[in-house]
Design a protein around this ligand. Structure first.
Ligand SMILES: Nc1ncnc2c1ncn2[C@@H]1O[C@H](COP(=O)(O)OP(=O)(O)OP(=O)(O)O)[C@@H](O)[C@H]1O
Ligand SMILES: [Mg+2]
Length: 345
């Protein structure tokens, strides 16, 4: 069992969101470490958190929504967003597949999926036309969540694909042939605009662009948007930028709110009202092979991703989104602030 503070969750907390700790408390952890870390204890906790955040389930899309998480800028939170949104959507009751399309294999690692060189992977799907069903693995600890892992082989795929037939649409074909029912497919792209990203853009209908609230946040975005236009014009008429998510929002800085304002004025309606705060718990989770939803379900990062997922799900069926308890731009917890001051980030 976790501590009461953690189990209380959003259902009983009138003003949940990022749990800033009570003043004077030792806040070395955002949520106290679990006293009993059994699978049942964790599952119970997750259920409380997810239901509290989600209300009684979310509408599921009529057709599988294929979302391409792309930004050729490195380190802006693509992988973190992919895995945590996917876990959130699964906790909200959806069936979700993460396709790891980055040779770094970070999404596979973060989901606790084995991806050493011999594991059947998305490389085999793209280059050797292996069925997607042969490589998809269930994600431990999160029901309804699946992953097609990337291995280091994928590093060669950009070049190997060049000489293959239908080189831009191999992922799309694989997805179309995949018969398992899914509500969402989230594709984690590498930080480049090469053939791997083009395969994702041809396979998807929606582009989700994570933007880090930092200097030069919009730099390079023009190139990505031009590529989206090109792919829409030539290969995939349904492709559009549906979602922009502000990540690593540091509520203490004027810069973060300036960047957020700039992004909102450029993109307007596509920008989710929910932003993701900079959080130590989010950055720690992958080293345990976990999403922040299982690693620290009560943390500000987990709650923000759950809320972002709710917003995405409601928008997808045309329902007006009302923030449950959000603060569109969550504040940092004391622990995060303290850690950042010490340079732990
Ligand atoms: N909200 C957050 N708070 C704190 N750290 C974060 C947050 N989001 C991401 N990070 C950290 O920032 C780093 C970059 O994030 P991530 O790997 O998701 O970016 P990326 O865009 O996928 O990178 P790449 O371009 O290399 O694929 C990681 O160390 C991650 O743990
Ligand atoms: Mg990544």
């Amino acid at each position: 069992m976790r501590s009461d503070a953690n189990i209380a969750g959003p259902m009983t907390d009138p003003v949940p969101g990022p749990r800033t700790e009570s003043p004077g408390e030792d806040v070395s952890r955002e949520t106290p470490p679990p006293m009993d870390d059994t699978p049942i204890g964790r599952a119970a906790q997750l259920a409380v958190e997810a239901l509290g955040r989600a209300g009684e389930g979310l509408p599921r899309p009529e057709q599988t929504r294929v979302m391409v998480v792309a930004n050729q800028k490195g380190g802006v939170g693509k992988t973190t967003t992919t895995v945590n949104l996917a876990a959130s959507l699964a906790l909200h009751g959806g069936r979700v597949l993460v396709i790891d399309l980055d040779p770094q294999g970070n999404a596979s690692t973060a989901l606790g999926i084995d991806h050493h060189a011999e594991v059947p992977s998305i490389y085999d799907v793209l280059v050797d036309s292996k069925p997607l069903s042969d490589v998809v693995q269930p994600v431990p600890d999160v029901e309804g969540l699946f992953c097609a892992p990337a291995t280091i082989d994928l590093a060669g795929a950009e070049i190997e694909l060049v000489s293959l037939v239908a080189r831009e649409s191999r992922l799309e074909r694989a997805i179309q042939a995949y018969e398992q029912p899914l509500d969402y497919i989230l594709i984690d792209c590498p930080p480049s605009l090469g053939l791997l990203t083009v395969n994702a853009l041809v396979a998807g209908a929606e582009v989700l662009i994570p933007i880090q609230c930092e200097y030069y946040a919009l730099e390079g975005l023009g190139q990505l948007l031009r590529n989206v236009d090109l792919v829409r014009g030539h290969l995939n008429p349904k492709l559009h930028v549906s979602t922009i998510l502000l990540t690593m929002y540091d509520g203490r800085t004027r810069l973060a709110s300036q960047v957020a304002d700039e992004v909102r004025s450029h993109f307007g309606g596509e920008v989710l009202r929910t932003s993701i705060p900079r959080s130590v718990r989010i950055s720690e989770a992958p080293s345990y092979g976990q999403t922040v939803l299982t690693y620290d379900p009560g943390s500000s990062g987990a709650l923000s991703y759950l809320e972002a997922a709710r917003e995405i799900a409601l928008r997808g069926v045309g329902v007006h989104y009302e923030a449950q308890h959000v603060h569109a731009l969550p504040e940092l917890s004391q622990h995060d602030q303290h850690s950042m001051q010490e340079g732990i980030q």
